[in-house]
Design a protein around this ligand. Structure first.
Ligand code: 13P
Length: 294
């Protein structure tokens, strides 16, 4: 699984990490990746995984991986304690994100290090190379549509020196950073990346870690493209999929108010989510990259 991210890092493209909480959102995402021959990461938060079921999510991804013949990494998004990390890997997740960004820096290092130790031991015992991501910086928002103004302070941003210190002390494979990104889509459209900060972080950490951009929804495409050129290898997308899913449902209810067959009612949502995922895959440059060896 790590090879998929290494290849992206070497060739300067990024993998989309697309959140899902239902079988049809996962289906839409896989169909988009299949059509564009793209490796993908699919993810559930604790809440999303709780809804679909952790083992159920892993089983569905396993079936799609074989059926679509695609590299698909299943990731736990924002695990805030060791119990949830353990639950995800035991269910069959390939990657975990330990989010200690709400803790003090010292506490974040301590807790993340424990999670890394657990993952390394687990990987050795079960001969499965599980990927672990840490996070530093203050990421604002939630995965929804925000009417209020986004205000990002200088102190929210990840410090380049701390980024290097954090990866050296914890040994994480991937690092989520804050460079002007936030969860959700802001109606006023003011999300803007501090690309100079990203360049400074990349200069410090080099290729020692996979750099991750959370809050990928609502960021101008040009900024995302430049961030990938500067070293981002994973971009998390959730809100834009949620909005597409809802738009599909609204369209269906307006067009066919008497429809009662779930698989017919849900088709417009699948189509809308698939469209967004295809657009993101093209933007991230992961199209036609499924062959690990070239
Ligand atoms: P968005 O909801 O802004 O796309 O962010 C998703 C995310 O970062 C999941 O961790």
């Amino acid at each position: 699984m790590k090879e998929i991210l290494k290849k992206a890092q070497k060739e300067h493209y990024a993998l989309g990490a697309f959140n899902f909480s239902t079988a049809e959102i996962l289906k839409a995402t896989v169909l988009a990746a299949k059509e564009l021959s793209s490796p993908i990461i699919v993810a559930t938060s604790e809440g999303e995984g709780g809804f679909i079921g952790f083992r159920e999510a892993a089983a569905l991804v396993g079936v799609w991986r074989e059926a679509a013949k695609l590299p698909i990494i299943l990731n736990l998004d924002h695990g805030k304690n060791l119990d949830i990390i353990k639950k995800a890997v035991a269910a069959g997740y390939d990657a975990v994100h330990f989010d200690g960004s709400g803790l003090s820096y010292k506490e974040n290092i301590e807790q993340t290090s424990k999670a890394v130790k657990y993952i390394r031991e687990y990987s050795k015992t079960f001969d499965r190379d599980v990927i672990i991501e840490g996070e530093i910086g203050y990421l604002r928002g939630a995965s929804s549509l925000h009417q209020e103004k986004l205000e990002i302070k200088e102190s929210d941003l990840t410090s380049p020196e701390q980024a290097l210190d954090f990866i050296e002390q914890t040994g994480v494979d991937s690092l989520a950073i804050v460079i002007g990104n936030a969860h959700g889509v802001f109606a006023a459209g003011e999300e803007k990346l501090h690309l100079d900060r990203l360049a400074a972080i990349k200069k410090e950490v080099g290729d020692k870690v996979f750099l991750v951009l959370h809050g990928g929804s609502g960021i101008p495409a040009e900024d995302v493209k430049k961030a990938i050129e500067l070293g981002i290898v994973k971009v998390n997308i959730n809100t834009e999929l949620r909005l597409a899913y809802k738009a599909g449902l609204e369209k269906e209810f307006a067009a066919s108010p008497s429809e009662t067959t779930p698989y017919k009612m849900l088709q417009p949502s699948i189509d809308e989510v698939k469209k967004v995922v295809m657009e993101k895959i093209k933007l991230f440059g992961s199209e036609n990259k499924i062959n690990i060896n070239n």
